[in-house]
Structure formats: structure tokens, C-alpha cells
Design a protein around this ligand. Structure first.
Ligand SMILES: [Zn+2]
Ligand SMILES: [Zn+2]
Ligand SMILES: [Zn+2]
Length: 268
């Protein structure tokens, strides 16, 4: 008999799996106070989140820390994945989806734009050879579903993509489900996207560090954007080792806080 599946029921919740920038916090080889902090909230794996939707668990991005994140939250099932963009810190945990094809009894559905699909097909070419190499569990079995800016239905929920700028020439997607929106890897929000971010209960928003950056909001820019969009609560994510959790939170306006790995948010 195969071993029993061990998985937490996360329906009705969004769990923030990782809140760190591309190198994570602590950063390898860094002796700064935040990287050496004993406060667990200063420990940030690479950015990702998972939504417990009515018909299953929807993962946002497959970070290089995916395996550890799922173990930490005791989540044994991913029913589908939606991608924000194709940067390495958002896709390179994809091979760990191999376990899911057995539990789903079929390929794992991936929802992404064409550029993300092209990157995944190139980076994971061994998963797309025919006939597939070796035994069934050796390669991830994946099924692409193309998305654009049209809202789409997945696992019993409607997901609205939101166009975001991640640097001048690079477009990525944020996502809104009900009154929660997840917008990471962004340094500008086009006006038509602003309209999709009104009336939110919770906004997750990129805030890399105090200083400016070419492809991410600084903390100050993110606070300004949160003021403009005025959700009930904003959590900042994709943070570097320049933001100490407690000290930064003490300075933030009401209704704004740094997210942390393991943060749970109720879906309406
Ligand atoms: Zn990133
Ligand atoms: Zn550091
Ligand atoms: Zn990125």
C-alpha cells in the first residue's frame, strides 16, 4: 500500500510561502545584523504564495525554496500553478512538482504567459522530450494553459491577471482573487491596472529595500502606492536584507506591514 497522503487543508486561506528577494535572507556570506538575526521573521525564502481555493491549492510561482516551503507548511498537494514571470527566483523549484503528477493522476496544470512557457520549455527541456526519458517519476509532467489579461477560472475561483512593470522593458503579472491581490516584482503599475486594484481588503506588494532600484519598488515607493490604492491592509514582500522586520514595522503607517514567511491571510 502506498503511504498515506499527509496534507493540511488550507481552503479559505492564502499562505505566504516566501518573502525574500532573489538571493533570499539571510544572504549567503553576509555578516550584517539582519542576516545574522535570530528573529525568524528576518529569515526570508524566495517569493511565493499558495491559495486554498474551493477545488484545490493554487500555487503562485515555483521558487527555488518550494520543497522546503511545502514541508514547512505541511502542504502535500499542489493542484495548479500560476506564474508571475520567468525570472529564476520564481521558476527554479519547478522540478519539485514531480510528486504532484501522481497525486493528481495526471500532468500539473501551469497557467502562464507565452514568455514564461518558452523559458520553462527551454530550462526544463528534459520534461518535454518524446518519448519521455526514464520512468514516469523522473521528469515533471506539465500541461500549459496560456493566460493574458482576461480573467480566468481555476479550481473554483476567478483569477484576474494584472499587468505590472518590472523595469522599463519587462512586463509581468500580478493576480487578484476576490479582494486579495498579489503584486510582486514590480516598480510601476500602469493606470489600467490601477483600476483592477481598487477596493481591496489585502494587497501584497513588492518593497525591495529602502534605496531605489531599477526593477523593484523601494519601501518608500511601495508605501506611496499603497496609500494611493488604499486597501484595508498592505503587506510588503520580495524584501532584501536591508529591512529589519520589527524596526521597519514600527515605522510603517497603520494598515501597512512587512509580510513574513508563513503569514496566513483569510480569503473572503
Ligand atoms: Zn523576484
Ligand atoms: Zn545581510
Ligand atoms: Zn523578477
Amino acid at each position: 500500500m502506498p503511504p498515506e497522503l499527509f496534507t493540511t487543508d488550507i481552503r479559505g486561506q492564502m499562505i505566504i510561502l516566501g518573502t525574500g528577494t532573489s538571493v533570499g535572507v539571510p544572504m549567503v556570506g553576509c555578516g550584517c545584523e539582519i542576516c545574522r538575526s535570530t528573529n525568524p521573521r528576518n529569515s526570508r525564502t524566495r517569493c511565493s504564495a499558495i491559495l486554498g481555493l474551493p477545488e484545490g491549492n493554487l500555487l503562485i510561482d515555483t521558487s527555488p525554496d518550494l520543497r522546503y516551503q511545502l514541508l514547512r507548511e505541511q502542504i502535500g498537494l499542489v493542484h495548479a500553478v500560476v506564474y508571475t514571470h520567468e525570472h529564476a527566483d520564481h521558476i527554479f523549484g519547478l522540478d519539485d512538482l514531480r510528486l504532484m503528477q501522481f497525486r493528481l493522476k495526471g500532468p500539473v496544470p501551469l497557467y502562464c504567459e507565452p514568455a514564461v512557457e518558452a523559458r520553462i520549455r527551454k530550462s526544463y527541456d528534459y520534461a518535454f522530450q518524446s518519448p519521455p526519458d526514464l520512468h514516469a517519476g523522473a521528469v515533471p509532467q506539465l500541461r500549459f494553459n496560456r493566460i493574458g489579461l482576461e480573467p480566468f477560472d481555476v479550481l473554483g475561483a476567478r483569477v484576474t491577471p494584472i499587468r505590472l512593470k518590472h523595469g522599463k522593458r519587462f512586463d509581468v503579472l500580478g493576480f487578484r482573487v476576490g479582494n486579495i491581490a498579489y503584486c510582486t516584482d514590480v516598480n510601476a503599475i500602469p493606470s489600467e491596472s490601477m483600476d483592477r486594484l481598487r477596493g481591496l481588503d489585502v494587497l501584497l506588494l513588492d518593497a525591495l529595500r529602502p534605496r531605489g532600484h531599477a526593477t523593484h519598488f523601494s519601501l518608500e515607493q511601495a508605501v506611496e502606492m499603497a496609500r494611493e490604492l488604499a486597501p484595508r491592509q498592505t503587506y510588503f514582500t520580495h524584501m532584501s536584507h536591508e529591512l529589519e522586520h520589527d524596526a521597519t514595522n514600527a515605522l510603517l503607517p497603520p494598515g501597512m506591514a512587512l509580510a513574513f514567511d508563513g503569514l496566513k491571510i483569510a480569503l473572503e
